[in-house]
Structure formats: C-alpha cells, structure tokens
Design a protein around this ligand. Structure first.
Ligand SMILES: Cc1cc2nc3c(=O)[nH]c(=O)nc-3n(C[C@H](O)[C@H](O)[C@H](O)COP(=O)(O)OP(=O)(O)OC[C@H]3O[C@@H](n4cnc5c(N)ncnc54)[C@H](O)[C@@H]3O)c2cc1C
Ligand code: FES
Length: 245
C-alpha cells in the first residue's frame, strides 16, 4: 500500500462557490504529492469519523477541495475560517490512470463529480492530450467550476436537467465527441448510463461510506468483477468493466 501521511493543514480560505458548495484551500509544509482522483480523509472537529473528500487541485504547498454541505460534518466544516487547522489523512486511494487514453480523452462529470476531474484535465492537457469535457447539473444554481475549466482552455459542454443552463437533459443527451477513452465521476445512475452508452474504455470514481479510509476496516467493500474490493484502497477509481451494475 502506498504511504499515507497524517498532516495538520491550515485553512487558507473556505468560501462558498454556489448556494450549497464551498471551496476549501488548505496549506502546509511537507504536503505529499496527490494524483488526480485521489482523496483525503478530513478531520471535522467534534466528529469521530473523518469525511472523505476528493482533491480538486493540488500543488507542492496546498490542496483545494470542493465540498457540498449535506449533513452535520460538512455544515460544521462550512463554519471554519482561515487560520484554523484540520488534520488530514492523505493521499488516499487509487486515482485515474492518465496513461489509459491515446490522444483524445472525454471527461464526464455530474454535480461535484466535476471537481476531481479538473486535476485530471490539467494533467492530460500537460501531457498534450485533447480533452473534451461534459458537465451535468440539476439546475443553473448548481453549476460550478466552469471558469476554472475554461481557464485551462477546456470549454465544457454543460447540461442541466431542467434546461436552465446549457442543454436540457442528462449528460448522455449531448453529442458525444470523438474520443479514445473516457473518465467519469458523479452520481451512480449517471455513471451507469455513461458506461452503458459508451463503448470505449473508461474509468469511473465510486463513492461509499467510509470508516478508516485507508484499507483496514473493510467498511467500504463492494463486489466487483474481480471479487470484493475496498473503494478506499482498491478504488475509488475502477475500470468500467470492474463494476457490477
Ligand atoms: C472517495 C470519496 C470522495 C468524495 N469526494 C467528495 C467531494 O469531492 N465533494 C463532496 O462534497 N463530497 C464528496 N464525497 C462525499 C462526502 O464524503 C460526503 O458528502 C460527506 O462525508 C458527508 O458528511 P456529512 O457529515 O456532512 O454528512 P452526514 O450524512 O451527517 O454524514 C454521516 C456519515 O456518513 C458519511 N457519508 C455521508 N454521505 C456520504 C457519501 N456520499 N459518501 C461517503 N460517506 C458519506 C459521512 O462521512 C459520515 O461518516 C466523497 C465521498 C467519497 C467516498
Ligand atoms: S473505509 Fe476502511 S477499508 Fe475502506
């Protein structure tokens, strides 16, 4: 198992990016490298279990997480301010394989699944691959990260369920650009539709409730084509053929 670091990081900023999503920037010395699709287990003061959150962006001295306030832990997190610190377990899990694709990659994100795909887009573009991005949301108020993708030179095709932004429908309703392989992250029904529709090789990022987040408790085990697998350590990224729908 790759080495996992427990590190205390300082909050640099923690700002809303939509009505229910925040962008949390953390910094510290001795930050280990993080690959696209890997995640962290974030301490939430007063809570026994850490919360798993994907790394949206990373550099040598900082990481950026995008999180949605859904329950007690993430609501407590939203109240934290710059200067406070959090203990983080990182880097966790197996991320995306940027080498899987030939020249043309297709990235399909649903909701906050758009966050980890951003660092993948960055590394694919750095490897001089063509990157097409499709992002799906419920409604215009949920649209996030468009400007960040645009700043990379990727112009995402946006789809909303209610048609209030971009094309109306789901991600598989948009014209699918030519591609050699795809990567997807988002709600399970969306990823299932993507994997069933596209015949090209693909990877997807799974989500499960987690205890340790580091492969020890087996609390996040799912059945895969190759037998039981821990989402935290054998995933969260799996090949599409590994998943038993
Ligand atoms: C690998 C991975 C990456 C993730 N990346 C992101 C991300 O980038 N942004 C983001 O907003 N969310 C992400 N999630 C989901 C996030 O972990 C949950 O939304 C969060 O833990 C909810 O905590 P809470 O205390 O607010 O909710 P509560 O419902 O109060 O949490 C109760 C318990 O259930 C767990 N839990 C609740 N929902 C989930 C869930 N969907 N997945 C796993 N555990 C859950 C909590 O960790 C906690 O232990 C990710 C989950 C996984 C497994
Ligand atoms: S959460 Fe403990 S093994 Fe995955």
């Amino acid at each position: 198992m790759p080495s996992i670091t427990k590190i205390r990081l300082e909050i640099i900023s923690n700002l809303p990016v939509t009505h229910n999503c925040f962008r949390l920037e953390l910094a510290g010395e001795g930050l280990p490298a993080v690959a696209p699709g890997q995640f962290v287990q974030l301490e939430v003061p007063g809570k026994f279990l850490r919360r798993p959150i994907s790394v949206h962006d990373a550099s040598v001295e900082r990481i950026v997480l995008i999180y949605k306030t859904v329950g007690e832990g993430t609501k407590l997190l939203a109240g934290m301010t710059p200067g406070q610190s959090l203990e983080v377990l990182m880097p966790l899990g197996r991320g995306f394989d940027p080498g899987m694709c030939g020249k043309r990659a297709l990235l399909i994100g649903g909701g906050l699944g758009s966050a980890p795909l951003y660092s993948l887009a960055k590394s694919l573009l750095a490897a001089r691959k063509q990157v097409n991005v499709i992002l799906g949301f419920n409604t215009a108020a949920d649209v996030v990260l468009l400007d960040e993708y645009r700043a990379l030179g990727a112009e995402p095709a946006v789809v909303t369920l209610d048609g209030s932004y971009g094309t109306k429908g789901v991600v598989t309703d948009t014209p699918i650009p030519e591609h050699d392989c795809f990567y997807t992250c988002g709600p399970l029904p969306m990823m299932r539709a993507v994997c069933k529709t596209l015949e090209t090789p693909g990877e997807l990022s799974m989500e499960e409730r987690m205890g340790c987040g580091a492969g020890f408790c087996y609390g996040c085990t799912i059945q895969t084509a190759g037998g039981p697998a821990r989402v935290c350590a054998d995933g969260p990224v799996f090949k599409k053929e590994d998943i038993l729908w």
